[in-house]
Design a protein around this ligand. Structure first.
Ligand code: NAD
Length: 341
């Protein structure tokens, strides 16, 4: 009998990558199921489940009911809503998609950096509302945009030099900026090999003209940028967050902007997501808000949905998937599922 693959997050108008399953002759069951009972109902006899592991409840109860399942192939970088410990106990490999939007998010960090430096929101407003132009209203437009620094020679400080932080650093080098980074888990010589100067957090906060945050959100990084950190930044510094809202003490960020401790901010991710209508950031000038859209491009969206299917295909062939998050079960998993030659 063929495999049964259940896709629990089959959103409309998305190419789910069904074609990848065709050679296996798998029976694909698709739906958009958001509760434990719905998932159990549809997936209890599945060989593989593809789902949104940062949104849907892959709890111990759900995982325990998936008696044939060898993989939960997650559609996301984060996997906050899957009980990884239970999956490990039940011998189910869980995967994520760690690399589908490195180009997009690093591009957004750079776009925010450039938009803030060029004060695009002010220039745009002046043209729309007053039709200002340097050709005729030099004094007025200069007043709006003053002071304006040359990008070349400025310092960009990156906190978290992982996949996206590194891509941001490499792109920023093209602008002629000095790039420094703080990441306690990346060796200094490795940073230097990427043309990045390793520094401690204090030096980064004090010397940077732009600070771009690229750490994961975990107990260590939650609220890591707060009052003390904003106080140490230059008053001309622009702060950019495309990582996770929870890494920043938002109250402290709002105060830093209001008190002029920093010059402005580019914020893709907020503590509450989506942002609440009464969040003061909405009315704070010198802030660009982008609504957690940094990841988005049509290609990234396709990769996000295709890659989990490719992980499921590997697992159904008895091969350990590329993005396995619980490698401690690899040996017993392969013993059970690897095809015998
Ligand atoms: P990654 O795991 O490749 O890199 C994270 C880096 O942070 C690692 O090098 C790690 O050593 C470092 N780090 C961990 N703790 C640290 C600390 N206390 N201080 C300094 N550095 C620390 O992750 P990534 O794929 O580059 O993703 C970076 C962030 O971007 C994550 O928070 C991720 O969730 C987020 N993200 C956002 C979007 C979006 O649309 N806005 C999309 C994808 C990813």
């Amino acid at each position: 009998m063929g495999f049964k693959v259940v896709h629990t997050y089959a959103v409309p108008n998305a190419d789910l990558g069904e074609k990848l399953l065709e050679p296996l002759g798998a029976n694909l069951v698709k739906g958009l199921w958001l509760t434990e009972d719905e998932i159990i109902d549809h997936a209890k006899d599945a060989d593989a489940v593809i789902g949104a592991v940062a949104i849907q409840p892959f709890t111990r109860r759900v995982l325990g009911s998936l008696v044939n399942c060898r993989i939960i192939a997650g559609i996301a970088v984060g996997f906050e809503t899957v009980d990884l410990e239970a999956a490990t106990e039940y011998g189910i490999v869980v995967t994520n998609v760690p690399d589908y939007c490195i180009d997009e998010v690093s591009g957004m960090a750079l776009a925010l950096m450039l938009a803030l430096r060029h004060k695009l929101f002010l220039a745009d407003k002046s043209v729309r509302e007053q039709q200002l132009s340097f050709t005729r209203n030099r004094v007025a437009l200069k007043e709006v945009l003053y002071p304006m620094l040359r990008m070349r020679g400025q310092t960009l400080g990156i906190i978290g030099l992982g996949r996206i932080g590194t891509a941001t650093a490499l792109k920023a080098k093209g602008l002629g900026v000095r790039v420094i980074a703080y990441d306690p888990y990346v060796l200094g010589p490795v940073m230097e090999s990427r043309g990045v100067e390793p520094v401690d957090l204090d030096t980064l906060l004090r010397e940077s003209d732009f600070i771009s945050l690229h750490t994961p959100l975990n107990p260590e990084t939650r609220g890591m940028i707060g009052h003390e950190e904003f106080k140490r930044m230059k008053p001309t510094c622009y702060f950019i967050n495309t990582a996770r809202g929870g890494c920043v003490d938002e109250e402290a960020l709002i105060q830093a902007l209001e008190k002029g401790l920093i010059n402005g901010a580019g914020i893709d991710v907020t503590a509450e997501d989506p942002i609440a209508a009464d969040n003061p950031l909405i009315k704070t000038p010198n802030v660009i808000l982008t609504g957690h859209s940094a990841y988005y491009s049509t290609v990234a969206d396709m990769e996000l949905f295709h890659k989990p299917v490719s992980q499921a295909v590997l697992a159904l062939k008895g091969e350990w998937p590329l993005y396995g998050l619980n490698p401690q079960i690899k040996e017993r998993w392969l013993e059970k599922w690897a095809r015998k030659a």
